[in-house]
Design a protein around this ligand. Structure first.
Ligand code: X5A
Ligand code: ZN
Length: 672
């Protein structure tokens, strides 16, 4: 449905006119660097370009006092000395004669973006703006921010579009205290912010940035703060925060719109943040948010002061908004101890207000004392198992950025190789119906060991699947759907795994739904992670062989995906994903779509879905759409997990946490 890019050149006008080491990083080149890179990558050309308009006095009045708006208006005619004097009345602020115009464009850009998304003109978008907004308050400029762009957009979405639930995700490295103050008693706006905090020793030095600030009055539980108490947080820490804190609450909240305070000072290289997350992490964060609110995501630029890192991260965000698969994350996926402690304290503070966090933290799992080091970033522990030998150590920051510049644009093609002629599929545009098939002799050779593949229908289906798989392995096709007779599902999956492993896949994740057993001849070499959802009982036969019953309730299904499937998948870092909906999988279309959509974040989107031939065309259609990058339909308000669902999850977490560190939801802090 399209991605909007809202911009106006005039927003490069405002700049610092005097010496101020604190403010000099907020400069016009931030916007031009981001935009130039988007053009270079051909991403700008793929977006719907919208020229920003100025927000009106009334629109600014949605969150700011009339006195404050007129004060900022008057800065247009002030001389340099007066501007400097006025700027000095605020914390980390400079005014320029063009600031009022720029700040009105920045707020207006957000309004246009929200209007474009909520009228259905586009699916999502990014507003490239300055000055930023999230520190600005009802009657105060603060931290380079003049008008609170995201807060104004949220208020507008409520007032003009009648929305009742808006999620604001603030991934800027600073606490958007302005947004927090404006909505702290409002249950219709869920505000999530992570930020460099260092136990209160980092700007803006506020007690209310800590995890125990959870909102007030009606808004209790609708402010979610995740303070980082150390610098150096990286991809694993950010993804863990999403999986174990933000996303459970977000699904339970069931937003109609997601606004992102998209600051990129939380990325590697930034002088303010001092964090380690690489640009491609923002593709993953964006991708994870797109499963909410039917994919209605509006991102607005906040901070980000390392031009190279900023430009790359902006590109990654836009790529994800466009529906391109996310590049795999680099580095070991092991959250650090300090991050786990922060996530745990935020979960504990929020637990009274969110069902999805209750029942879960019954027994805190003690973590190995060797992961704890009082100073600096603790060295990540190598998880056990042979696959880990393959994982390269994280490259140094600068070389990582260099590498990313060379990263080729991923292929987005999805192929559907369905065999049953009675499935008349309405294929989404650009999804290819595959005609090809592997050579007959080759197909027969693969089929020979399997009795269930002797039938003609099964052989035909296998030939098509092998052809599709080869296309994926040599990069001609990104993802695909294949069908097989139900009786041949297990054998076909077995062949697909063997073929994948022998034709280029280093690590293969297989998510098998329904009655599908792990192929008995599959090697235990750590190259395949077998995850069966639909087993009789929860069991971890090894760290690479996990079974869990299909959750009964939607809430249980969500915690299974967020609390088990994705942590294992992100920890394993596969380069090929097979999802098989086998006999008795019992999965409803929207649930299957959500699973497929989220698994698409792995392996550069190389996902092959295997269906039974008598699956409904609706199921095949919905999977084809999410695999090509469309948002899954929203599940609606989710029921709680059943006690059995919770128990299975808790059991597996206990079994697997020592090897799969991404499963950890928090750290057990020993009592003194
Ligand atoms: C938007 C933003 C940071 C202000 C830092 C002041 N502001 N030291 O990143
Ligand atoms: Zn910031």
């Amino acid at each position: 449905m399209g991605t909007a890019l809202v911009y106006h050149e005039d927003m490069t006008a405002t700049r610092l006119l005097w010496d101020d080491p604190e403010c000099e990083i907020e400069r016009p080149e931030r916007l031009t660097a981001a935009l130039d890179r988007l053009r270079q990558r051909g991403l700008e050309q793929r977006c719907l370009r919208l020229s920003a308009r100025e927000a009106s006095k009334e629109e600014l009045g949605l969150v700011h006092s009339p006195e404050y708006v007129s004060l900022v208006r008057k800065t247009q005619v002030l001389g340099e000395e007066e501007l400097q004097a006025l700027s000095g009345q605020f914390d980390a602020i400079y005014f320029h004669p063009s600031t009022f115009h720029c700040a009105r464009l920045a707020a207006g850009a957000g309004l246009q973006l929200v209007d474009a998304v909520l009228t259905g003109a586009v699916q999502n978008g990014l507003a490239l703006v300055r000055p930023p907004g999230h520190h600005s308050q009802r009657a105060a400029a603060n931290g380079f921010c003049v008008f609170n762009n995201v807060a104004i957009a949220a208020a507008h979405a409520k007032q003009k579009h009648g929305l009742h639930r808006i999620l604001i995700v603030d991934w800027d490295v600073h606490h958007g205290q302005g947004i927090q103050y404006l909505f702290e008693d409002d249950p219709s706006v869920l505000y999530f912010s992570w930020h460099r905090y260092e136990h209160g020793r980092f700007w803006p030095f506020l007690r209310e940035s800590d995890a125990d600030a959870v909102g007030r009055g009606q808004g209790l539980g609708f402010t979610v703060n995740l303070p980082w108490n150390q610098v150096g947080m990286g991809n694993a820490d950010y993804v863990a925060a999403f999986l174990h804190l933000l996303l459970p609450l977000a699904f339970e909240f069931d937003p109609e719109l997601v606004l992102v305070s998209a600051g990129f000072d939380s990325a590697i290289g930034d002088p303010e943040g001092q964090m380690q997350a690489t640009p491609e992490c923002f593709a993953h964060l964006t991708h994870l948010l797109q499963v909410l609110a039917g994919g209605r995501v509006c991102a607005m630029l906040e901070g980000g002061y390392h031009l190279e890192s900023l430009a790359e991260s902006v590109c990654m965000t836009v790529q994800a908004l466009l529906g391109d698969p996310a590049p795999p994350l680099s580095g070991l996926m092991v959250p650090c101890q300090s991050a786990l402690e922060s996530i745990q304290s935020a979960r504990a503070a929020q637990a009274p207000y969110w069902k999805s966090l209750q029942l879960q933290d019954v027994t805190p799992v003690p973590t190995s004392p060797s992961t704890h080091s009082p100073e600096g970033r603790p060295p990540p522990l190598l998880p056990g198992g042979p696959m880990c030998k393959a994982a390269a150590p994280a490259p140094a920051p600068s070389s990582l950025l260099d590498q990313l510049c060379l990263c080729p644009a991923p292929s987005v093609r999805t192929t559907v190789a369905l065999t049953a002629p009675d499935i008349t599929l309405v294929l989404p545009p650009d999804v290819i119906q595959q005609e090809g098939s592997a050579l007959r002799e080759e197909t027969e050779a693969w089929a020979r060991p399997h009795e269930s593949l002797a039938r003609e229908e099964a052989l035909t289906a296998l030939g098509k699947l092998l052809y599709l798989l080869d296309g994926m392995l040599d990069g001609q096709v990104n993802s695909g759907i294949a069908a097989t007779p139900a009786s041949a599902a297990a054998a076909t999956l077995d062949v697909a795994i063997q073929r994948g492993l022998s034709h280029g896949a280093q690590r293969l994740l297989c998510v098998a739904l329904g009655q599908l057993d792990r192929p008995p001849d599959l090697a235990h070499d750590g190259r395949t992670l077998w995850l069966n959802i639909g087993g009789k009982e929860a069991a971890a036969l090894s760290m690479f062989h996990v079974a869990t019953p299909l959750p009964v309730m939607t809430g249980g299904f969500l915690s299974c995906i967020l609390g088990l499937v994705l942590p294992l998948a992100y920890g394993f870092q596969p380069d090929l994903v097979l999802v098989a909906l086998g006999p008795g999988h019992g999965l409803q279309g929207p649930h299957a779509a959500l699973l497929a959509a989220m698994l698409r974040g792995l392996a550069g989107g190389r996902v092959l879905a295997l269906l039974e031939e008598d699956s409904t065309p609706q199921l095949a259609g919905i999977l084809a759409r999410v695999l090509r990058g469309e948002a899954p339909p929203s599940l609606g308000p989710s029921s709680v997990a059943s006690p059995e669902d919770v128990q299975a999850l808790m059991y597996l977490r206990g079994q697997l946490e020592p090897q799969w560190k991404m499963l950890q939801v928090g750290a057990f802090t020993p009592q003194k």
